[in-house]
Design a protein around this ligand. Structure first.
Ligand code: NAD
Ligand code: IPM
Ligand code: MN
Length: 369
């Protein structure tokens, strides 16, 4: 059939609040005959711990595998911060990435014209900014062994994490970065600490080999992660596609988010490798977390979640027109002067999550007419 199966995992904190606004858009698309989505909801993170005793059950993994795409909210919160490491809500997203082989996390950081003045940087430095960060998400120090906290002979403890990357892991995510660069401005900046890390040396070598053999037309440069942080904060428009491992990509993408005005604006797509039939697992989530400081107040910015859904339409279903319509609707609502608290600037009107959602829906209806 033509119907597309979505698994929606709202999670914790502001997750359910912002996912709710996207559900309204999904229902609208179904009603309007623009798509035929079959939506299932599931539990993940703290919500799943409370109900099922685990942050991501086998059943949730199986349902994610069976779905055509997963829309994920956010997980975590103070309620579960005291739990032992192996039981934390954050393991919910880590397990999904790992079990579904979601190794390439695409994190666009674009400054929408109406938000140029919401950035922590001067408008003239960020206006028109359009960066794509490709972050590796199934390897590196997030999963490397050995890891743990152990007691040494002298009775003192030590904490251990291990950064490991195989050349195949590096090459496959590098290919995603190079391909994206080709579809954009043809420049890839690969991030590492090749000056101090063995895995970083291999990272730089393998990205270079892949570039030379398969993407000689793409302009490749290498940059140390610390310098990249400085360059992002001072001259961010020099970048087109940034390729980074799991940890550097995590940190640099939050930094890039600040440039665009707010974490509440930035979506992401996490893609697996296509299987023999061409199907690829994919999960879409904002890059922000559960925002415990504002959860339950109805003030969270739903744009990052909404734009994650636009990425879902584009990357999982090739629905470019529908994806664009959502992006345009968000942009138009912001141009009209509505703002959630995180992106307020002088002369704009502060609204909550659901009023923002209402306005996006109204705009979608106009654009579809
Ligand atoms: P966070 O992203 O939740 O919040 C950081 C800041 O950004 C907060 O001030 C918050 O209010 C603000 N913010 C985030 N999303 C917003 C939105 N949609 N609208 C307006 N403001 C928004 O990061 P944190 O505080 O470091 O982490 C909180 C919890 O979330 C932790 O348990 C963490 O592990 C978890 N987390 C989960 C994910 C995920 O599910 N993918 C990502 C990051 C953090
Ligand atoms: C993110 C988050 C996650 C990560 C946490 C919640 C495991 O910060 O998606 O950026 O570090 O990958
Ligand atoms: Mn993060």
């Amino acid at each position: 059939s033509n119907s597309k199966k979505l698994l929606v995992l709202p999670g914790d904190g502001v997750g359910p609040e912002v996912v709710h606004e996207v559900r309204r858009v999904i229902d609208w698309m179904n009603r309007r005959g623009l798509a035929s989505f079959e939506v299932e909801e599931g539990l993940v993170g703290g919500a799943a711990i409370d109900a099922e005793g685990t942050p991501c059950s086998d059943d949730t993994v199986a349902r994610a595998r069976a779905a055509d795409a997963v829309l994920f909210g956010s997980v975590g919160g103070p309620k579960w911060d005291g739990l032992p490491f192996e039981q934390r809500p954050e393991l919910g997203i880590l397990r999904l990435r790992q079990e579904l082989g979601l190794f390439a996390n695409l994190r666009p950081a674009t400054v929408l014209a109406p938000l140029a003045s919401a950035s922590s940087l001067k408008a003239e430095i960020v206006s028109g900014l359009d960066i794509m960060i490709v972050r590796e998400t199934t390897g590196g120090i997030y999963f490397g062994e050995p890891r743990g906290v152990e007691t040494m002979a002298d009775g003192k403890r030590r904490g251990i994490d291990t950064e490991v990357y195989t050349e195949d892991e590096i090459a496959r995510v590098a290919r995603v970065g190079f391909e994206l660069a080709r579809s954009r401005n043809n420049r890839l900046t690969s991030i590492d600490k090749a000056n101090v890390m063995q895995s970083g040396r291999l990272w730089r070598a393998v990205v270079g080999e892949v570039g030379k053999a398969e993407f000689p037309d793409v302009e490749l440069s290498n940059m140390y992660a610390d310098n990249c942080a400085m360059q992002l904060a001072s001259n961010p428009r020099q970048f087109d596609v940034i390729l980074a491992g799991n940890l550097f990509g995590d940190v640099l993408s939050d930094l890039a988010a600040a440039l665009t005005g707010s974490l509440g604006m930035l979506p992401s797509a996490t893609l697996g490798a296509p299987d023999a039939s061409g199907k690829r697992h994919a999960l879409y989530e904002p890059i922000h977390g559960s925002a415990p400081d504002i959860a339950g107040k109805g003030v969270a910015n739903p744009c990052a979640q909404m734009l994650s859904f636009a990425m879902l339409l584009r990357w999982s279903f090739g629905m470019e027109g529908d994806a664009r319509r959502i992006e345009t609707a968000v942009n138009n609502v912001l141009s009209g002067g509505l703002r959630t608290a995180d992106i307020m600037s002088p002369g704009t009107a502060r609204v909550g999550t659901s009023v923002m959602g209402d306005a996006i829906l109204r705009e979608l209806e106009k654009l579809a007419a």
